[in-house]
Structures are given as structure tokens and as C-alpha cells.
Design a protein around this ligand. Sequence first.
Ligand code: NAD
Length: 335
Amino acid sequence: KPVKELTENQAATEAADLRPQLIAWGRAYYDADAPSVEDDVYDRVYARLVALETAFPNIVTPESPTQHVGGTTRGDLPKVNHDIPMLSLGDVFSIDELKEFDARLRENVDEADRDFDYNCELKIDGLAINLHYENGKFVQGSTRGNGRIGEDITANLETLPSIPKVLTRPLTIDVRGECYMPKQAFLDLNERREAEGKSPFANPRNAAAGSLRQLDVAVTRDRKLATFMYNIADYDPLDTRTQSGLLDELAELGFSTNPTYQVAHDMDDVQAYIDTYTGKRSDLAYGIDGIVIKANPLPLQRELGATVKVPRWAIAYKFPPEEVQTVVRDIEWTV
Ligand code: NAD
């Protein structure tokens, strides 16, 4: 039934049914790295809950999955506090919804700042990591966890060749990005696992998460994980003041960054970026599940801030589910 035909009571009852289901799916996905349903099933139920709670804000409960960054921490891994939280992303599934996001965002910005660009980036299908450097030296690496408390996986991350141990400048910074398993490494790993009688990983994202959240560092080293870094907790120590410049500066510092980003002046440019990467998606060596648009000026990002769960200055456009399945099938066909 369309949300606008519901009474508040009906909406509250439906939301109360959806939340435990989403929480249970979230546990399997984030905590056990073994999803029990396809992402698009989760996404559709989550989108319905968001629609219900948006139409009837009184029905929101503190434990609702809309109020938390998904994920917890494994009991046997040490914990790390994220002083500046690691957030999720709001998502949309159509160009029209992207245009609505753009219009709303510009309305909320002072007129003088309204003419800003977006930086378009691929949405890498991995898991978020934080890399802490002191005076240019890598000292601690962690998972996102619940956004406020993550897991200390320093020793695991030290085994990744793409993570610099020393930066080209002695900065004290927290750099954030995605750890992922390239498609070929995923296929090889599952082939090996099946030969050994072990259950295969459901997808490269879960394989990456399972490989990183490991007590045995030798297992992580063996798994051919890679990274793309795209964010910094606090940009003050950097020279740049734009998101696109941030990617260039991170590369200069020694990080692996994804070279496919593009600055978009308007939504036509964003649409062109989406079209390009919808076409190129299956040729990429790594999985992507959408694209992310981010307000390009970093001071504007800071000014707009975030809700409890997502930044207000960015949004993810998720590819349609058929495509997700096609890519998964493509991978299988290439075996
Ligand atoms: P998300 O993965 O959809 O988006 C947020 C994340 O995108 C960030 O934390 C970051 O790690 C990542 N990201 C990748 N490239 C990025 C870039 N260029 N810039 C910024 N961020 C980038 O959100 P989430 O909260 O991590 O997880 C929700 C998603 O997980 C759902 O949409 C669903 O598809 C999936 N999920 C599936 C199940 C299931 O049972 N199948 C359960 C829970 C969640």
C-alpha cells in the first residue's frame, strides 16, 4: 500500500515488523560476513522503512536500523574509537531521486555557495577502513564497526601492499577508504575453498570482510586484498580544499586511489558519468555497486555535516539489481 494511504498506526505496525527483519539480515551481513538475502531485497525493505519513517517521523525508534551505521565489532578483536565517526551513505535508485537530492541540497546552502560542483566516484563494493598516521607513519588501522567503535586490524592491514607504511610527508591524519577483493582474486579464492570442501564466500565484499577481520594475519596476507582511499577525517593538514583535489593529494602521499573520478558541473554530467560506468562496470577488475556524488568543496562538506548515519553532502546512486545479478553471473561464467 502506498505510504500516503496509511494511518500513523498502520505505519508504526508495519515499521515494527520490518525492523527486526532488517536487524537480523544486518547481523548476518556485517557481523558474520555471510548475507542471508540478496542486497536488493535488503535495500527494498530498508527503503520502505525509510519511507514510512519519513512520512511519520513520530514512529522512529532509537533502535531502528535507520538510526545506526550497520555493523558491530567482533568480540575477539581489539576495539578502536572513531573520534570522528565513520558514516554510511544515503542511497537512491533513480536519476529522478538524484535530482531531488541535488535540488534539496542546493536549497539548504547559502545562495553565495549554491553554484558548487560534485565529484563523481565509483562506489567500491568492499568494506570501509580507517588508516591512522602519526608524523607520516602508519600506526593503526581499523574497520568501521558501528561507526563510533571499530575493530583494530592494524596487523592485517600491514600485509596489504597498497597501504603505505610511511607517507611522503610527515602528516598526522586519519585516511578513510575501501578495502576490496579484486574479482579474479575472489574467483580463485572460492575455487580453492570449494576444492578444500569449504563453503564459498557469497560475494567479493563478504570475502574481503572475512579476510580482513582475521586473527591469523597470514590468512589476510594470502587473500590479495586491495584498497582505494577517498576520504579524510579532518582535511586541515592537507593543502587541497576540494574532494577531487583530496584524491590527488592522497595519491601524492602514497595511497592507492581510484583514477576514474570526474568533476560534474550539473546533473547532466552526473548522468553521463553513470551511463559510462553502467557500461564499463563488468570490465572493471573490482566490483562496484553504484556511484557516489559528493559536494566538491571540502569546506561546504564540513558546513553541511551529517545526520546520525549519513553525510548530508553526498549520496550513492545504486545500480539496478538486474545488473548486480548479471555481473555476479558474468564472474561465474568467466571461471
Ligand atoms: P553502503 O555500503 O551502501 O554505503 C556506504 C559505504 O559505501 C561507505 O561506508 C563506504 O564503505 C562505501 N563506499 C564505497 N565507495 C565509496 C566512495 N567512493 N565514497 C564513499 N563511500 C564509499 O552502506 P552500508 O551502511 O555500509 O551498508 C548498507 C548496504 O549493505 C545496503 O545497501 C545493502 O546493500 C547492504 N546490506 C546487505 C544486507 C544483506 O543481507 N544482503 C544486509 C545489510 C546490508
